[in-house]
Design a protein around this ligand. Structure first.
Ligand code: ZN
Ligand code: ZN
Length: 395
């Protein structure tokens, strides 16, 4: 292992207890997307304590620069929590009822604070600039990433590569899972309202049957995935809610449906928006009713650039050992880091947080999720190591 990685690892390990304290404070005081005021204050206090200057961006976002020079790599952590009631029974469980860091953004923020400190400690050795970005609102549309980009986070100095990590309950602590391809999907929200004339259930001919139309619509929509998609490409349409009707003997005037549409190909995605509209209109006209569809466009698909990803691979192997690197199997989750990756070469990796002796971890967004805090120093070192490797060795 080269000297600089040794130094990074040693630095990171020496911060173990402090990182745990920081993480538990953030965990105990979770705040919802775009309302992370106290979290942002706490992060800024921690930056100030170690002499790192910062700027506020998009209200609850924070950006700091470490090092100097034109070459600029960015590291990003998200800071928001979810509207979930924590059920871990931990002594440092959420103090805000109904709000929980169930996606590990408390871990992400802490590890980025750790990496910032490591990099600050070796600032004179850095031959470029590292932009440290604490981003609000990952869990809620339109996504904090798009706000930050609009406010110029990728400029002054211009960011030429970007990295972020996410905790991963499926893999053991100490591992890095990564892949160079579309690793996550675009996610669009679908909202239908079917409107007809309600009638007595025994006199269907005097009105419309929106229940039957809704059922047929759910079935017809499956052709998006089975007949309109190249079968070797990923994509998904799930109807997740149908609501309408309140009696056994009456057809309602209205039925509402909700669902999600996911893809990893922008062209197919927008083409399918038209198809979903067409199928909705044609199915509804078959039943003589009106179908309204609202498509709320979510994040784009997340693409990991092959070159920056190879660099992450190298960094992880050298820093954490050959066996620590796993191939990440793409998921149809969504993540607003995709907005950065659309603009500049970027890599998003997954950090294992499953303790060795536990086989079955609750998944992300689960009220019982307890990440292994041993991952904190590993993640902090990985972020710092990746930034240093990029600045020193990547053209
Ligand atoms: Zn999440
Ligand atoms: Zn997340």
């Amino acid at each position: 292992m080269n000297e600089i990685y040794k130094k990074i690892l040693a630095q990171s390990k020496s911060m173990f207890d402090e990182l745990i304290q920081i993480r538990r404070h953030i965990h105990q005081n979770p705040e919802l997307s775009f309302k992370e005021f106290l979290t942002a204050e706490f992060i800024r206090d921690n930056l100030r304590k170690v002499g790192i200057e910062y700027k506020t961006i998009a209200e609850t976002g924070t950006v700091a620069l470490i090092g100097k020079g034109e070459k600029c790599v960015a590291l990003r952590a998200d800071i928001d929590a979810l509207p979930i009631n924590e059920e871990t029974n931990l002594e440092y469980a959420s103090k805000n009822k109904g709000v929980m860091h169930a996606c590990g953004h408390d871990m992400h923020s802490t590890m980025l604070l750790g990496a910032a400190r490591i990099l600050k400690g070796m600032e004179s050795e850095l031959t470029g600039t590292v932009k440290i970005i604490f981003q609000p609102g990952e869990e809620k549309l339109p996504g904090g990433a798009s706000n930050l980009i609009e406010e110029g986070v990728l400029e002054n100095p211009k960011v030429t590569a970007m990295f972020a990590q996410h905790i991963f309950p499926e893999e053991e602590t100490g591992t890095i899972s990564v892949n160079s391809c579309y690793i996550m999907a675009s996610a669009d929200e679908l909202y239908w309202t079917l409107k007809g004339k309600g009638t007595h259930a025994a006199q269907p001919h005097l009105g419309n049957d929106c229940i039957m139309a809704a059922s047929q619509l759910v079935i017809n929509l499956q052709s998006i995935v089975t007949k309109y998609k190249n079968p070797i490409k990923p994509g998904l349409l799930s109807v997740t809610s149908i609501q309408g009707g309140s009696a056994t003997n009456a057809f309602p005037d209205e039925v509402k449906l909700m669902g999600t549409f996911r893809a990893n190909d922008e062209e197919w995605r927008s083409k399918m928006h038209d198809e979903i509209r067409r199928i909705t209109n044609e199915t509804c006209s078959l039943f003589g009713i009106k179908g309204e569809l609202e498509i709320v466009k979510g994040y784009p698909a997340l693409y990991n650039n092959p070159e920056t990803t190879e660099m992450v691979n190298q960094t992880a192997k050298e820093l954490l050992g050959q066996d620590s690197v796993k191939v990440f199997e793409p998921k149809l989750w969504a993540e607003d880091f995709a907005y950065y990756a659309q603009k500049i070469p970027s890599t998003f990796w997954f950090l294992g947080i499953r303790p060795k002796d536990i086989k079955d971890m609750p998944p992300l967004h689960n009220s019982k999720l307890i990440p292994d805090e041993k991952a904190l120093t590993i993640g902090a070192a990985m972020l710092a190591g990746t930034a240093v490797n990029y600045i020193n060795n990547f053209n």
